[in-house]
Design a protein around this ligand. Sequence first.
Ligand code: NAP
Length: 173
Amino acid sequence: MNESSQDKQVITAYGVSKVLDSEHPDFREGDLVWGTTGWEEFSLITETETHRKITYTDVPLSYYTGLLGMPGLTAYARFFELCSPKKGENVFISAASGAVGQLVGQFAKSIGCHVVGSAGSKDKVDLLKTKFGFDEAFNYIKKSMTWQLHCKGMKSKLFYVGNIALSVDWLTI
Ligand SMILES: NC(=O)c1ccc[n+]([C@@H]2O[C@H](COP(=O)([O-])OP(=O)(O)OC[C@H]3O[C@@H](n4cnc5c(N)ncnc54)[C@H](OP(=O)(O)O)[C@@H]3O)[C@@H](O)[C@H]2O)c1
């Protein structure tokens, strides 16, 4: 593929669409759906495996690209199904200001965990503390993670929700 044909490729990503016409038995004209689509005004969608019909429309449709879409499902499964800490336990999240990490942090706070996040800039760290309600956050580029967690009082076994390599694990320091 040369550079000019690459330039003409439509970017695809999860998005919200309104069905204008459909030969699929599950989707009808006028339905709202979320799933993989092109960043363009009109798309011809032939692969429908990722598409889900939107039945609750009393929330902003943009939620289906976040909390109610794939980032939300990923965060929910990672935190509640794989990790499943209890109230008062320590949860540490890397890439915490990302789409998934910020939701994991808010889920963890909602059940009363002590939540610490790491991110790669001061702005992201500020966001974690001021907007997403993390108890603590730090810039991992400034000092080592182990040292920072030690200083945040997380000296015992804790849940580590890693968003860089899709890991969910225990970390003991
Ligand atoms: N979003 C979804 O729907 C979804 C679904 C399934 C799986 N996942 C997986 O879950 C993980 C997190 O996804 P996300 O959507 O939350 O990611 P995101 O919003 O794109 O955030 C990714 C963050 O990872 C950090 N990072 C650290 N090292 C990096 C590197 N070498 N290259 C790029 N970023 C790096 C960066 O934050 P810092 O500057 O703070 O380091 C970056 O902002 C990814 O592994 C993704 O593949 C996501």
